[in-house]
Design a protein around this ligand. Structure first.
Ligand SMILES: *[C@@H]1O[C@H](CO)[C@@H](O)[C@H](O)[C@H]1NC(C)=O
Ligand SMILES: *[C@@H]1O[C@H](CO)[C@@H](O)[C@H](O)[C@H]1NC(C)=O
Ligand SMILES: *[C@@H]1O[C@H](CO)[C@@H](O)[C@H](O)[C@H]1NC(C)=O
Ligand SMILES: *[C@@H]1O[C@H](CO)[C@@H](O)[C@H](O)[C@H]1NC(C)=O
Ligand SMILES: *[C@@H]1O[C@H](CO)[C@@H](O)[C@H](O)[C@H]1NC(C)=O
Ligand SMILES: *[C@@H]1O[C@H](CO)[C@@H](O)[C@H](O)[C@H]1NC(C)=O
Ligand SMILES: *[C@@H]1O[C@H](CO)[C@@H](O)[C@H](O)[C@H]1NC(C)=O
Ligand SMILES: *[C@@H]1O[C@H](CO)[C@@H](O)[C@H](O)[C@H]1NC(C)=O
Ligand SMILES: *[C@@H]1O[C@H](CO)[C@@H](O)[C@H](O)[C@H]1NC(C)=O
Ligand SMILES: *[C@@H]1O[C@H](CO)[C@@H](O)[C@H](O)[C@H]1NC(C)=O
Ligand SMILES: *[C@@H]1O[C@H](CO)[C@@H](O)[C@H](O)[C@H]1NC(C)=O
Ligand SMILES: *[C@@H]1O[C@H](CO)[C@@H](O)[C@H](O)[C@H]1NC(C)=O
Length: 834
């Protein structure tokens, strides 16, 4: 080659250089190709189809002159050629056709060479035309790393492409188009075939990458062997995809699956042919299966969880030649380690449940391109697996998982409890139960109770033994078990909070529809699960968005926060906490921030703290106030937080507060120090403190809690019965209360709220130790008066940051004569004593 170049090229350049220097910046190397007659190889160098060669890019051979058309090199020829331009690869391609005659004994079985060797510089396509008798099969054995199939219109990433054709009668059928690296290890065709290998101009491949072996008849169009060595997946297509599988033909895929692995087949794309006779179908031979061959239609669910080698055949029908529609099939085979849970069967007993739907499905997952993603399926029988599975109440299910990582699955059980008429539905203290068999599923479990009721019915969620603990700052993700409570009217949802078991929250009352979601993470420890004793009742409408009853343990600290924490308390929403006081203790209330951090556009945001006795302090803090560092409270109290309509959307009302309960000291000075925060109020506070000390002393004699003493509960029961007798009209509100679930406070006056027509704007002073109705927030009072500067508000502004408001200014509204009972059982019922 070099010698030829040395002789010829400079001469040539000198001849033409004078005329065409500007056209010929550089002359490419010349190449000598010599073909032996016995090799049966023909080479064609021709312009590529992409860009036609420019006028200065000729092929020049030593003998002839330069030309811009084809250069053909036939067996027995030796040709020395070069290009008149430096980048011929942009304009010319090379085709190397080789005939391999396997009809005679000359068939060169074994490795197929890339001949002639050393060709580079142009895009090349090697064609091997293997000729055999119609009834003889040939096997193309590809060397590792084998091949992967692509849609013929796609390109291989490294531009090295194999196309395999076979002949049927007189026509050539494309068996598939492949790239390097995959699972396709062997292809068998019958009656001859063509392998075409496309190489880009700069690729220096040394071997063809396959060998040929002879085979007896395979009795079908082709067999494609796909060998899996580890967890992976493969996409495969029917022959002549996407044109259409040949008429009445048959092809087979053989799958080699490693031990401890199993395969799943999924048909991603197919078209039904227009058939004249017979029907198209697929046939499986599955390992350890009694019903081979398993014959299925294209739109049937295809088998999964196949533990071992198997084969799949596609049979076409007699096509209707009048119609265009052909048979095509594109499918995916996924092979993954046989899951350890693979054999475990879970019995899901929903026979005793009604109105429940359990759906098991994939959790949303991030997508990784070109990376093996193990599949995860739920199986009814061994091979009847699906990505999603739904179970309904009243039935019994046996399921298993075909899944490597059960963390990608979750089960959602939805139960709807509705009450359209309080009397008729009679849902009171109904437990929110979970079918126990669901708890044993090793996956994340979400149980959703939708509580639906019309506008005039509200909901109450109570817990007597477990009680709830509010997760503050929304750190629910760390928990393996928590409840989320969401209130919704038709327009919007708002999250009351996330709660986990065992805390001070005894009851949550909600005005609107409620969704309670219990989330059990997949790593839950069933022996840690507390007894779930949430009970729900439908009650008459409450006016507050939400009332939370908190019964703290002695010497505990309770931390609570406003609902809808992330987005902030919605506009103009008011929430109340009814916080009990452990016997002989006082509570030190502190806010997490010293500002409400909100600018109101309309209305005012308020925090209202009111001890549940008529003479107790009524502290009102407004949006612009500085929140006190702490407030000591000696009686059960109401804490109400109401939002205004903020000026800016980004303005979120988020208030977190804690109450630390400790033993009251009989020492007067301690109480004084604790209670005092402003010198101006000293006299008033001394008055209050002295009063408190007196009260505490009395309590020492006869400590009476609100929930924690038996006599108290029993008295309440009695009282309830009396009341029932007296106020028959409201008996439906109480008659169904479970005797073990009696709350003394329920007996307090609820009559004004029991009726949906109750006038909420009438200020209801506190009437007992655990009054049902929260004090009406100042927001409501003000909105009624339509003035911001009501006397109460202005008095507050004058008195530093909060004022002590004597609630006896408001006439207590007595609805019935319960005073005697109250005096007997509740020593700290100052309203009635006053
Ligand atoms: C050579 O192949 C590359 C892709 O590998 C293609 O972009 C280019 O157009 C081809 N050249 C010709 C002349 O066809
Ligand atoms: C080359 O082609 C001739 C004529 O078709 C044939 O007889 C011969 O067997 C072929 N040689 C090989 C090696 O295939
Ligand atoms: C396929 O070819 C490889 C070498 O290229 C060889 O090791 C292997 O045994 C062959 N397989 C079959 C089934 O002939
Ligand atoms: C392979 O078959 C397809 C039709 O399926 C045809 O278009 C193509 O030219 C054939 N290739 C060869 C090398 O015969
Ligand atoms: C061939 O050239 C292309 C750019 O034209 C480059 O991306 C590719 O890596 C090269 N291939 C080889 C084998 O050098
Ligand atoms: C295949 O080739 C082997 C030799 O490589 C030969 O013994 C055998 O008879 C051939 N089989 C057929 C079906 O041609
Ligand atoms: C399935 O076929 C349709 C229509 O031919 C095509 O648009 C779609 O991309 C194909 N899907 C896959 C996964 O190949
Ligand atoms: C498919 O598998 C069955 C059972 O293993 C076997 O009898 C049959 O020959 C296989 N068919 C093909 C085409 O591989
Ligand atoms: C929430 O969790 C994070 C990380 O687990 C922790 O750093 C942070 O202190 C927690 N916040 C609260 C309020 O518990
Ligand atoms: C609760 O849901 C029911 C049914 O969707 C609806 O009719 C009712 O109005 C909802 N209640 C509220 C307060 O939005
Ligand atoms: C909620 O929507 C339902 C119908 O979807 C309607 O009957 C009901 O009156 C609506 N309730 C409210 C409070 O808007
Ligand atoms: C579950 O909790 C029990 C009791 O605390 C403990 O003995 C057991 O090891 C835990 N199991 C797991 C899987 O953590």
């Amino acid at each position: 080659m070099c010698a030829a170049r040395g002789l010829c090229c400079p001469l040539w350049t000198m001849m033409l250089g004078i005329l065409f220097t500007w056209l010929l910046p550089q002359l490419a190397d010349s190449v000598i190709i010599s073909l032996q007659p016995k090799d049966n190889i023909t080479i064609l160098i021709k312009p590529g189809v992409v860009i036609p060669p420019p006028t200065n890019c000729y092929i020049c051979s030593a003998k002839s002159i330069c030309k811009s058309t084809n250069l053909e090199i036939r067996p027995g020829m030796t040709v020395d050629y070069s290009f008149a331009c430096s980048t011929p690869e942009k304009f010319y391609v090379m085709e190397i056709q080789r005939r391999i005659d396997c009809n005679t004994g000359l068939c060169p079985f074994g490795k197929v060479q890339l001949e002639p060797p050393g060709l580079t510089g142009l895009n090349r396509t090697f064609f091997w035309h293997v000729e055999t008798a119609q009834n003889m099969g040939i096997e193309l054995n590809f060397s590792t790393p084998w091949l992967s199939q692509i849609d013929p219109s796609y390109k291989c990433p490294d531009s090295v492409t194999y196309k395999v054709n076979t002949t049927v009668g007189r026509s050539s059928i494309n068996v598939g188009t492949f790239c390097r690296s995959g699972t396709v290890s062997r292809i068998k065709v019958q009656g001859g075939g063509v392998v075409a290998l496309n190489l880009p101009w700069n690729e220096t491949l040394t071997g063809s990458g396959f060998s040929i072996a002879n085979r007896s008849s395979i009795k079908r169009l082709c067999i494609i062997e796909s060998t899996f060595q580890s967890q992976s997946d493969a996409i495969l297509m029917s022959a002549d995809y996407p044109v259409g599988f040949p008429n009445d033909d048959l092809m087979t895929w053989q799958f080699v699956i490693p031990v401890d692995h199993s395969a799943s087949v999924e048909f991603l794309n197919y078209t039904f042919p227009s058939c004249e006779r017979k029907t198209e179908r697929v046939e499986y031979y599955l390992p350890n299966y009694n019903y081979n061959p398993e014959v299925l239609a294209l739109d049937n669910k295809q088998p999964a969880n196949i533990a071992g080698n198997f084969n799949l055949s596609l049979q076409n029908c007699d096509l209707d030649s009048q119609k265009q529609q052909g048979l095509t099939l594109l499918f995916k085979v996924t092979v993954q380690k046989t899951p350890t849970q693979g054999s475990k069967i879970y019995n899901i007993d929903l026979t005793k449940e009604k109105d429940i739907t359990v759906t098991i499905m994939q959790r949303p997952k991030p997508k990784f391109a070109r990376q093996f993603v193990p599949i995860c399926k739920i199986c009814k029988a061994q091979m009847d697996c699906d990505q999603e599975f739904t179970m309904t109440g009243g039935k019994f299910y046996r399921i298993s998982f075909l899944c490597h990582d059960l963390n990608v699955l979750m089960a959602t059980a939805v139960k709807t409890i509705a009450c359209w008429n309080l009397k008729a539905c009679n849902i009171n203290n109904e437990p929110l139960s979970t079918p126990p068999s669901l708890l044993f599923l090793p996956i994340q479990l979400e149980i959703i109770w939708n509580l639906l009721a019309p506008k005039h019915i509200s909901t109450e969620i109570a817990s007597s033994s477990m009680k709830l603990h509010q997760l503050v700052s929304n750190n629910a993700t760390d928990e393996d078990f928590f409840y989320s409570i969401v209130s919704s009217d038709n327009k919007s949802n708002f999250q009351i909070g996330t709660f986990r078991p065992v805390g001070p929250i005894k009851k949550v009352q909600l005005r609107d529809n409620v969704t309670i979601t219990l989330i059990l993470q997949s790593n839950r420890n069933l022996s840690h699960l507390p007894k779930m004793d949430l009970h729900i009742s439908f009650v008459s409408r409450i006016e507050e968005e939400c009332i939370i009853t908190v019964v703290p343990a002695p010497d505990s600290t309770v931390t609570l926060q406003t609902p809808n924490w992330e987005k902030g308390l919605p506009d103009s929403v008011s929430v109340s906490w009814n916080i009990a006081m452990p016997a002989k203790q006082f509570g030190k209330l502190a806010f997490a921030k010293d500002k409400m951090d909100i600018m109101c556009d309309t209305g005012r945001a308020f925090i209202n703290i009111k001890e549940q006795k008529s003479t107790g302090p009524d502290i009102v803090l407004k949006d612009y106030d500085t929140l006190p560092s702490s407030i000591n409270l000696f009686y059960p109290f109401w804490l109400n937080i109401s939002n205004c309509k903020p000026k800016f959307l980004s303005n979120k009302l988020q208030i977190q507060f804690s109450v630390m309960f400790t033993q009251t000291k009989s020492d007067l000075t301690t109480i004084l120090i604790a209670a005092c925060s402003a010198i101006a109020a000293v006299i008033l506070i001394i008055g209050v403190a002295v009063y408190c000390v007196r009260k505490k002393k009395k309590e020492k004699k006869a400590p009476v809690g609100i929930y924690n003493t038996k006599p108290n509960t029993e008295l309440s029961k009695r009282q309830r019965l009396q009341r029932k007798g007296r106020k028959n009209k409201e008996s439906h509100v109480y008659a169904v209360i479970d005797d073990t679930m009696v709350y003394g406070h329920l007996l307090k006056d609820t009559s004004s709220l029991a009726s949906p027509d109750a006038n909420v704007d009438v200020y209801q002073p506190f009437q007992g130790p655990m009054g049902e109705a929260p004090p009406v927030p100042p927001l409501n009072r003000i909105s009624k008066d339509k003035v911001d500067d009501d006397p109460l508000a202005s008095s507050m502004r004058l008195n530093e940051f909060y004022s002590f408001n004597k609630s006896e200014l408001n006439e207590p509204i007595e609805h019935e004569d319960t005073s005697l009972d109250m005096v007997d059982q509740q020593e700290n019922g100052p309203v009635l004593m006053a």
